[in-house]
Every structure is written in C-alpha cells, then in structure tokens.
Design a protein around this ligand. Structure first.
Ligand SMILES: CC(C)(COP(=O)(O)OP(=O)(O)OC[C@H]1O[C@@H](n2cnc3c(N)ncnc32)[C@H](O)[C@@H]1OP(=O)(O)O)[C@@H](O)C(=O)NCCC(=O)NCCS
Length: 206
C-alpha cells in the first residue's frame, strides 16, 4: 500500500540537470507554483512573483546548477547548487524546493543525492545550507544527509562535508531503492491494467 502511494507520485518521473539558459522558464514556473508558505520558507520571506522571476533569471546567468525533478514533463522539484564565489566564505550554497503535491515521498532526498554527486564531480569538498529556524522539513532533509545545523541570527545554517561518504551514502541508497521500488510497482500496475483492458477488449493505452 505504502509503495503504491509512492509509485503514484514517482510514476512518469525523472531527474536531470537543466540547461542553463534554454530551460530557465521551467525553473521559474516551478518556483512560481510554490504556495505562500513554501515561498516564505524557500526565499526567507521574499514572496512576490517579480522577485522570483528575477531570481530564476539570475540563476540562469550566474553558473548555478539546477537539478530538476520532472513529473509528466513538469518540473515539480528543484535542487540548486550555487557557485562558491557568491558566498563570503567561498562555500557553494545549496537550496531545495518541492511542490506540495509531491512532498514527503522522497523527492527532496533524490534531488539531494543528485546534487551531492554533481558537487563531488565539480571537486567541491563542502556545501553550505541555510534555512529558517522553524523549517522542520528542510532541517530533517539536511540532517539526513549529514548536515550539522546551528541556530544563528534567526536561521539554521550548517555545512555538509562531502569527504565523509558514510552518512550520505546511507541516505542515497534509500532514495535509490525507493525510486526503483516505486518504478517496479508502477510497472506492475501498468501491466495489470493492460491485462484488464485486453481481457475486456479495451483499446486505450494503459
Ligand atoms: C524541504 C523540502 C524540500 C522537503 O522535500 P520532500 O520531497 O518533502 O523531502 P523528502 O520526502 O525527501 O523527505 C526528507 C526527510 O525529511 C522529512 N520531512 C519532510 N517533511 C517534513 C516535515 N514537514 N516535518 C518533519 N520532517 C519532514 C521526511 O520524513 C524525510 O525523512 P525520512 O526519510 O527519515 O522519513 C520541501 O518540504 C519544500 O520544498 N519546502 C518548501 C521550500 C523550503 O523550505 N526549502 C528549503 C529552503 S533551502
């Protein structure tokens, strides 16, 4: 039952890096779909559409890597890996957003895993994450990948040491197996419906 639930969320889904200029509208439209609370959590209080449009445009031009979760061709989640030269202590900043329709189904974890792979490929040793002090969801996600968050100036901030394999690998194995299990269940469901349609003479593709 639980796997069927996850399968419903992850069927027809994929995760990949967006090309910077051409796919800017996909990131922008995803961020614009976030509800008020999510915008507040993601942008530390900045919530209006024009801010989000300028923000997405900046990401497309400043070397930020965007890893996107697609469901039925629509971006429903994104992980951002910002270049290190943009932060005062030269640590690459990371940020996440998942639309409420697909939350708590492992999407944030899958994006986190891909982001870590990408960051390692770029040779980064450490990442910084900053989130609102009350943001339980982001704190849980960050902790799962080994972040040590401390409370500072009304925010929770911390670093992730990419040279330490164990915590992240543990979590990523979970993310992978969840996606694989979900795909298996989704395929089984498709096969089942195809079989039913054949039995009752239906012609619609399952
Ligand atoms: C934070 C966010 C990205 C999490 O995405 P998600 O797809 O729901 O994350 P996952 O399903 O992979 O969950 C990751 C872990 O966090 C936990 N978690 C998720 N939401 C939670 C919540 N509201 N409260 C407590 N724990 C939560 C999950 O239980 C899971 O832990 P587990 O694997 O041990 O069970 C999503 O809630 C979001 O986009 N929030 C709005 C934007 C935001 O706050 N961004 C952060 C600023 S950088």
């Amino acid at each position: 039952m639980y796997l069927t639930h996850i399968a419903a969320a992850l069927a027809n889904s994929s995760v990949r890096t967006l090309s910077q200029q051409e796919e800017l509208p996909l990131l922008r439209d995803h961020l614009l779909r976030l509800d008020r609370t999510s915008r507040h959590d993601r942008f530390h209080g900045f919530m209006d559409d024009s801010f989000i449009e300028r923000y997405a445009e900046k990401c497309a031009n400043d070397g930020t890597t965007i890893i996107a979760f697609f469901e039925n061709g629509v971006v429903r989640g994104a992980a951002e890996l910002h270049p290190p030269d943009q932060s005062p202590d030269s640590l690459p900043e990371i940020a996440f957003s998942v639309e409420s329709s697909v939350r708590r189904r492992g999407v944030g974890s899958i994006l986190f895993r891909k982001l870590i792979t990408e960051a390692r490929a770029k040779g980064y040793k450490s990442l910084r994450i900053t989130t609102g002090a009350q943001n339980e969801a982001m704190r849980a996600l960050a902790n799962k990948f080994g972040a040590q968050l401390v409370f500072r100036h009304g925010e929770s901030t911390g670093t992730i040491d990419l040279t330490k394999q164990d915590q992240t690998e543990l979590a990523t194995t979970w993310a992978d197996s969840t996606l694989n299990a979900a795909r298996t269940v989704a395929n089984m469901n498709r096969a089942y419906w195809r079989m039913l349609l054949r039995m009752y003479g239906g012609s619609r593709a399952a």
